[in-house]
Design a protein around this ligand. Structure first.
Ligand code: PMP
Length: 407
């Protein structure tokens, strides 16, 4: 297949044509959120100006059109991750909301005193705190898969942790801080051998790595629309029909019911059982447009280009005097964290910003990981398929210039 036409791709993103402080924007904060292609912006505009109305309710034309578009997006998501049924796709507010849904419903239904929940040392706060809350409430224990100094999961330790008290394993596919790609297939195989379900946080994988849930077989999978070129405020929870049917609903309200009397409510079937209230209709439709855009571009081509970018970025950064990578896994995607000499990440970030280069600084919602490395935070550059080798060169030059000023 011909390689990705990056120049053409960039034309699709209006924000990439803008300037910051009088220089072209170099956007390397894709781990925080991604930019939106014109088709996503147009799709939102068309919904609001052409057929805005509520879903699943009206008999009228606009409502039918909105419902159709909303449900078509569900099918697009199902197709993208190869879910067996589109009712296994629940629209949520984002990764955080999806994980809270599972922690809350699974917690109520399954977790008891003395049980164990396993997460990893590199989890985002959103895959730590909801489980801590459940464990506290139920008298269960949260255990953490350790990592080595390269930021890779220690699989022997994980295997040793799997005993009869473990009720669920919740891990990230890709670290948002270090870019580590975890061996999730192995994790799932090991857990399933003991009938333990697995939740995958794919917030940093879904836009970079092709995921087939029927092949990978996670029990739950969570991601955010805004990190895959879609709008904010929309996210996805995938769950197997088996689990989603077994769990109690998350929130009560309209749409999630079949019948309501003051004596008793009969819940709706999947996926509506988990979608109480008016959903983010525009967001879901916009997410569908974003995913279709990726599918048309070709995830294989995207993956290929992003791997080239990553290789180039790593080798260029390694050349910088005093630069230390935080996490240096053999298999990685998306994010690169680093520190330069003893320069505070915030100072580096600020001086890069003045040169039009957007990176993120701080703990990246992974404070326990920062504690392990005994650092307050990092500078993080995170890549997208619309980034170029020239932009990596600008980052490197920018870091050198900032270092010269700060040292
Ligand atoms: N998990 C990971 C790995 C993430 O990178 C993020 C976003 N930084 C989240 C969860 C939370 O996503 P959101 O804030 O969109 O809910």
């Amino acid at each position: 297949a011909p390689a990705l036409d990056v120049a053409k791709i960039r034309q699709e993103f209006p924000i990439l044509q803008t300037q910051v402080f009088g220089v072209p924007l170099v956007y390397l904060d894709n781990g925080a959120t991604t930019q939106k292609p014109q088709i996503v912006i147009d799709t939102l505009d068309k919904y609001y100006s052409g057929y805005n109305s509520n879903v699943h309710r009206g008999v009228h034309q606009l409502s039918q059109q909105a419902t159709e578009a909303y449900e078509q997006s569900r099918k697009t998501v199902a197709d993208y991750i190869n879910a067996a049924h589109s009712h296994e796709i629940i629209f949520t507010k984002g990764t955080t909301d999806s994980i809270n849904l599972v922690a809350s419903c699974f917690g109520r239904a399954v977790i008891r005193k003395g049980d164990t929940v396993i997460i990893s040392a590199m989890e985002h706060h959103s895959n730590i705190v909801p489980w801590q809350m459940v464990c506290e409430e139920k008298g269960a224990t949260l255990k953490v898969i350790p990592i080595n100094e390269l930021g890779e999961l220690q699989m022997d330790a994980f295997t040793a942790m799997l005993d009869d008290t473990v009720k669920i394993v919740a891990v990230t596919y890709v670290s948002n801080t270090m870019g580590t790609v975890n061996p999730v297939k192995d994790i799932i195989t090991l857990a399933h051998a003991r009938n333990i379900p697995v939740l995958l946080d794919v917030a940093q994988a879904i836009q970079h790595i092709s995921i087939d849930v029927q092949e990978l077989q996670p029990d739950f999978l969570a991601f955010s629309g805004h990190k895959i070129y879609g709008p904010t405020g929309i996210g996805v929870l995938y769950g197997t029909s088996e689990w989603l049917n077994k769990l109690p609903p998350y929130q009560g309200g309209g749409d999630m019911i079949k019948t309501v009397t003051f004596a008793k409510t009969i819940y709706n079937e999947l996926p509506y059982k988990f979608e109480a209230g008016t959903p983010n209709i525009a967001g879901a439709i916009g997410l569908g447009a974003a995913i279709s855009f990726l599918q048309e571009t070709g995830l294989d081509k995207i993956q290929q280009w992003e791997e080239q970018l990553m290789t180039y970025a790593l080798s260029s950064l390694r050349e910088i005097d005093g630069l230390r990578l935080i996490g240096d896994a053999a298999h990685r995607s998306g994010a690169i964290s680093f520190l330069v000499h003893n320069i505070h990440p915030y100072d580096m970030g600020e001086l890069l910003d003045k040169q039009g280069i957007a990176v993120r600084t701080g703990h990246h919602c992974t404070e326990p990981l920062m504690d392990l490395f005994k650092i307050p935070g990092t500078v993080r550059a995170s890549l997208s398929f619309y980034n170029t080798l020239e932009e990596i060169d600008k980052l490197v030059a920018g870091i050198k210039k900032a270092s010269a000023m700060l040292l």
